[in-house]
Design a protein around this ligand. Sequence first.
Ligand code: MN
Length: 405
Amino acid sequence: MPDSWLDPVPDAPFGLATLPYGVFSTGADPAPRTGVAVGEYVLDLGAAARALDAPFADTVARPNLDALLAAGRPVWEAVRAALTDWLTDPARAAAVRPHLVERSSARLHLPFTVADYVDFYASEHHATNVGRIFRPEQEPLTPNWKHLPIGYHGRAGTVVVSGTDIVRPVGQRRPPGAPAPLFGPSTRLDIEAEVGFVVGTGTRMGERVGADSLADHVFGVFLLNDWSARDLQAWEYVPLGPFLGKSFATSVSPWVVPLAALEAARVAPPAQDPEPLPYLRTGQPWGLDLRLEVRVNGHVVSRPPFAQMYWTAAQQLAHMTVNGASLRTGDVYASGTVSGPEPDQRGCLLELTWGGKQPLRLSDGTERAFLEDGDEVAITATAPGADGALVHFGEVTGRVLPARD
Ligand code: MN
């Protein structure tokens, strides 16, 4: 990879191997606009594209990424190639430099309009642990688990950008042994550390997307926290799955890492046995070596390995469309909680504290079974990038506020 005339600090977040897209504003210019994170800066993408007379300027000089997402893979490739050129060719520096904004002064917004939102359940370790905790008398994995990527439709309208406060949800719960449900604030508020994918190129109803076609449809990848009220969830989820225990909020990281930045992170997923049906088979494996970290109030509680996920994003996309359901620009689907085989690789408190029975001790000496009001959760990730560089995902954070009366 060529050097940038920006001369970023080696291994600092957002080098040329990443170049993620987002939407930002500043105090001086409060209008949200598209940007690219590079080193300590955000490049104002639309302004730079106009200054350099780029053919895609109209597509990116917008208040969000929607038009770029819809433009399709050839345009995505052209924009990324242009960015690399602008940031490496010293002859471009004079034209590009005026459009760099200090990243610390940028306010970050939800980067695109979320269309539909689907959440999967793709970690065998997570599904096995949750089965043991929720249904101790039964086989932990349901009979369908290794035949199809299980998912549910979530609530697109409550997907929020990192940094948005999360009000503790209220609802019905029935504690073990209680004769009737109680109503009130959730007492078992949890996180789920996940990876999200956003669809750029849509499809028509009746079409299917093959398991080899991920890169033609998915624009990019980001981090996602699927906030979960375990007590509401446990009472409501039978037989139709998660509902109000999940729909109150889902947080996403503000920087969308293009799929093209993750070529060096591709790995074979774990062996699948039994072999899935033909529509879920692919010769182009899309396991991804993303290494996540989860912090509660600054204390690292888990390091979930995304490479361990049983079902890949390519298989999830094929499954989501095999019935002819269409895709729309801005559709988000998430991996499901990322949990590895080790106890310190579990991606939610439900597993980390084994249903609340084994509280975690944080670095300030306090214990947590589930989240307290005021707690702040941050999820970060890196992945191997081109030429030994590191791809950075930034972070998704959120603080818990008390329930409202
Ligand atoms: Mn989830």
